[in-house]
Design a protein around this ligand. Structure first.
Ligand code: ADP
Ligand code: TRP
Length: 315
């Protein structure tokens, strides 16, 4: 019998070293979900170009993001892992969508709008970003797109691109749904704000024990209360409230002991993932990506054949 699983598609920006916020907010929810679907995981290297990375860094980050997901438990035999730039149909379809949507509509997209609001100059790639993302999603007849809250608006753009195309040229694309990854909501950083590499308040996911200890010891604690709330908020990701209640009760006021307990808990999660990550070399990753890109290309080519016929360029 043919597969009845729904298609799940998501994209990852190859943007550097991960922190535990990324793990609980993106990697773990994906790893928990993907096997129930016919799933695809794309490294969005062309999206990354909108922030002008150095070539050597981009090359390494493409490899690294795949290692991160494999280390977090994603099995390449059970999902198609591929590189956006290796399937040329993505940029081709993006162009077609760009010709269907008004400039005023793209001006409302967060990635672009926020940059302009900060007085920064956006490049045309950032402006068109939602249409490339729409192409990523729609090329594969995607049903659901698991993303963080910050990407919800972009999935809306993909739905709009599908609708616009279907109206202009006849039913061709499925309008995808988002599925917000909200296993834990927002993971707080060492200062209590959202953990983010731009705030320098992170605990590294693939850090050594020393690096983790240094970050945890740096968690800001307020000496007035009995419960160090920033420590607790992170600890809550690793243990139940009941477990934490007795731990925090027995170490009341002893912030150092509580931080040491948190270091142990983080280390127990991270150590096996680091070992798995260290066991992968760049060639293993390259093979995974080549294999996945070949599969994705075959799917994208057949969809684009139909699209080219519909828009009237196939002679
Ligand atoms: P950063 O804020 O460090 O730059 P990114 O924007 O690169 O992180 O996020 C990559 C993924 O990790 C996204 O899916 C995002 O929703 C998730 N993520 C990032 N920070 C957190 C956090 N503090 N809590 C939960 N999820 C997060
Ligand atoms: N824009 C997404 C991000 O910054 C990455 C991405 C690119 C994506 N294409 C996608 C996510 C398609 C979901 C589906 O995180």
């Amino acid at each position: 019998m043919a597969s009845v699983k729904k298609r799940l598609f998501t994209g990852l920006q190859p943007s550097g070293t991960l922190h535990i916020g990324n793990y609980f907010g993106a990697l773990k929810p994906f790893a928990d979900l993907y096997e129930s679907y016919d799933s695809m995981l794309m490294v969005a290297d062309y999206h990354a170009l909108t922030s002008a990375p150095k070539p050597e860094e981009l090359r390494q980050n493409i490899i690294n993001v795949v290692k991160d997901y494999l280390a977090a438990g994603v099995d390449p035999a059970k999902t198609v892992i591929f590189q956006q730039s290796q399937v040329h149909e993505h940029t081709e379809l993006a162009w077609i969508f760009e010709c269907l949507v008004p400039v005023a509509y793209l001006e409302l997209a967060h990635a672009y709008k926020d940059k302009v609001a900060k007085g920064l100059k956006a490049n045309a790639g950032l402006f068109n970003y939602p249409m490339l993302m729409a192409a990523d999603i729609l090329l594969y007849d995607t049903d659901i797109v698991p993303v963080g809250q910050d990407q919800k608006q972009h999935v809306e753009y993909a739905r709009e691109a599908a609708a616009k195309f279907n109206i202009a040229y006849g039913e061709t694309f499925i309008e995808p749904k988002d599925k917000i990854l909200e296993g834990v909501g927002v993971v707080p950083g060492t200062d209590g704000q959202k953990m983010s590499k731009s705030y320098k308040n992170t605990i590294p996911l693939f850090g050594t024990k020393d690096e983790i200890a240094k970050a945890v010891m740096g968690i800001v604690t307020d000496s007035s209360g009995e419960l160090p709330k920033n420590v607790y908020a992170i600890h809550r990701l690793f243990r139940s409230e009941a477990e934490l209640a007795s731990l925090y009760d027995s170490h009341k006021g002893n912030y150092k002991a509580l931080k040491e307990a948190l270091i142990e808990d983080i280390e127990a999660l991270v150590a096996p993932m680091c070992a798995k990550r260290d066991s992968l070399d760049d060639r293993d990753v390259k093979r995974v990506l080549d294999d996945g890109s070949e599969k994705a290309r075959a799917m994208a080519e057949s969809k684009m054949k139909l699209v080219r016929e519909k828009i009237g360029i196939t002679l």
